[in-house]
Write a protein that binds this ligand. Sequence first.
Ligand code: NDP
Length: 335
Amino acid sequence: NKQILLDNRPTGEAQASNFKLASGTTPPLKDGEVLVKHHFLSLDPYMRGRMNDAKSYTAPQPVGQVMQGGTVGEVVESRSPKFQPGDKVVGMGGWQEYSVVSADQPGSIRKVDTTHVPLSHYLGAVGMPGVTAWYGLVKIIEPQAGQTVVVSAASGAVGSALGALAKARGCRAVGIAGGPDKCRYVTEELGFDACVDYKQHKDAGSLSKALKEACPDGIDGYFENVGGMVMDAVMLRMNAHGRIALCGMIAGYDGQPIPMAYPQLLLTNRIKLQGFIVSEHMEVWPQALQELGQLVGSGKLRPRESVAQGLESAPEAFLGMLKGKNFGKQVVKVA
Ligand code: NDP
């Protein structure tokens, strides 16, 4: 069982040398356990935060242990009546080829239906990232028809789901993404009304001018994935009583300072800003996954993936994703 461990914690920017390839064995199954062969690993920005030994909403990733993370795969052996060999499952198997899971532990693994939706999408649009988009939009932004909703990192795993969700609620959906290819995908394939390439702008003032064109009626809801200059530019265009769902601030994940340039606008525009962690809202997952599944099944949401080949490629693919080298949901196909 090939595995990738966290070998040491990063100081500043994360490096490939923070990880180590190892090989372990899977223990024989006890009653109630299943053996899962992983087909895909999920690489997610939150993993960067967990590499630090810092106070956060979950415990840090332990050094010397298998990198934790979402996986989809297939049951190959079962000592539980709930699962049969061949069942496709999603779980938290970590960066390794196989995992042994207690089928009775709530939330450990769940069966997924791959008739209409490819297995890997359960790590993206119809998985945790999709539900994240749904929660921030529906529960925090609470958009009304005719309003304008903006999302940063719009071509990514979370951001890409916002367009179809916002359009379904009668909103104008505007993305912000890095580069012409990502922006083209956001408008042409994801159904956003407009997309602004933040890499064309050196400062928040210039980016906010481009946002004014894309959002002629101002911005009512903002789904924030990035922080820094991008957030400042959006703040300059927010309407009174706007709502900001603070989902992530990837611009600061390697420890860069991300000051907010215009906090006074929160006051003068009476803006609601709320952070959230999707795993604390398990009650919405069934409803969110149902809507996301329908959007993907009907072709209204067309998720894109960056697929790295082989377990060994996980560290480089992860570091690349933090810098925007991914295009859509970053996964690893385990050989
Ligand atoms: P993505 O697939 O969006 O990949 C990350 C993207 O971030 C990159 O592709 C890049 O896109 C963009 N990016 C990276 N650095 C910068 C930067 N300095 N400035 C602007 N953009 C940058 O990742 P996810 O969809 O998985 O995650 C998106 C966000 O959602 C993250 O902040 C993550 O932490 C957060 N999140 C929060 C959850 C919660 O419960 N609160 C749950 C899941 C995710 P580009 O090329 O366009 O710059």
